[in-house]
Design a protein around this ligand. Structure first.
Ligand code: XIL
Length: 346
């Protein structure tokens, strides 16, 4: 057989991929998975829309199937994701007509959700994405991270609804609340903030400032029983790139900035498709492989700061960006140039 990705990088970082509960029954998929990966993220099964479609209803069956499978194969599991504007459960943040709940109502629902969900998985997860994709558009380098948040997020909107400006309250407060709740419920899990376009200068700075500021606030929070441990303990770099636009120097700049913020770093959803609709030529495949090699050289150089590298898909045919052939294995699960580049990036 071919050499294992996880074995090759065992002295550097964990190597992960995504799984879905229905794939645990597919022998080809599980054989390939257990050979190459020692870390797993549920591609969809642990998102709020599936875990709690309605208030008071929690469906853990699919996620539990996945986690049990991972445990049997010594694969560590990451929780993805507690608080996100997409694939969320409407009851958390809006009334039956779709209008934002009040800040107090949303906070109570967040608490119920995190107590139920993080409580259910307690002891089984290495880490959680506590908040996913909270930032929106920015131009220029922000000095105030709250000014570049995604204000259309239903969490932001509910937290705005009833915010007392005289007390400094705003829609941004949902982020701190989510991290504090997750820490209190599952103190053993490493808590991550996860986002995409994390190589853009404005977003890199916004993410780092947010972590720094929330961690500063946590220092004097009376609920903090572990002085010295950050609340936002990790930053997840989604790493959804494009062959045609990726500049590896930007990746390195973000790693350096996040490390400076004092957090752990993980690459959480790596894929590098082509933007072109045209067929994926051998030239494209080589161009892609060179980018993967450059990234892995950077990751190895900063291995002390990086916990894990997770690919977002096992083979091109199964990717959410399948059109651009983004991964290391092709539609038939055969190795691509990118696989060899990652195995031997020099
Ligand atoms: C994607 C999944 O891959 C798809 O199957 C699903 O239809 C949509 O979500 N950022 C994230 C992931 O944090 O959860 C998304 O996953 C990709 C973008």
């Amino acid at each position: 057989g071919i050499a294992s990705l996880a074995d090759t990088y065992k002295h550097n970082f964990l190597i992960g991929n995504v799984m879905s509960s229905n794939e645990t029954a597919n022998a080809d998929t599980t054989a390939m998975y257990t050979h190459h990966y020692n870390f797993m993220t549920a591609e969809n099964d642990m998102k709020p829309q599936y875990l709690s479609p309605e208030q008071g209803v929690y469906n853990f069956t699919n996620a539990d199937t996945l986690i049990e499978w991972a445990e049997q194969h010594n694969i560590q599991v990451h929780g993805h994701t507690l608080i996100w504007h997409a694939q969320s459960a409407p009851w958390l943040t809006a009334d039956a007509d779709g209008n934002p709940l009040t800040r107090a109502e949303a906070k109570a629902n967040m608490e119920a959700y995190i107590r139920n969900v993080a409580g259910h998985f307690k002891g089984k997860l290495a880490s959680w994405d506590v908040v996913n994709e909270a930032f929106d558009g920015g131009s220029g380098i922000p000095t105030d991270w709250t000014a570049v948040l995604r204000t259309q997020s239903p969490w932001y909107q509910a937290y705005e609804n009833g915010a007392d400006r005289s007390k400094g309250e705003s829609g941004a407060d949902y982020i701190y609340d989510a991290f504090v709740l997750a820490r209190l419920v599952d103190p053993d899990a490493v808590l991550y903030y996860n986002d995409y376009n994390e190589t853009e200068a404005w977003k890199r700075e916004a993410m780092a400032l947010m972590a720094e500021e929330l961690n500063e606030k946590w220092k004097s929070d009376e609920r903090n029983t572990e002085p010295g441990r950050p609340l936002v303990e990790g930053i997840g770099m989604q790493a959804h790139y494009w062959i045609e636009t990726l500049n590896p120097a930007d990746v390195e700049a973000s790693i350096v900035r996040f490390a400076e913020a004092g957090v752990k770093i993980s690459v959480t959803e790596l894929d590098i498709p082509s933007q072109n609709a045209a067929p994926f030529t051998k030239d494209k495949e080589i161009e892609q492989a060179k980018l993967y090699a450059e990234l892995f050289l950077i990751y190895k150089k900063h291995a002390d700061s990086i916990e894990r590298i997770t690919f977002w898909g096992k083979a091109d045919s199964q990717s959410w960006r399948a059109q651009g052939s983004p991964l290391l294995f092709d539609r038939t699960f055969a190795t691509k140039e990118a696989y060899y580049a990652v195995m031997d990036p020099l």
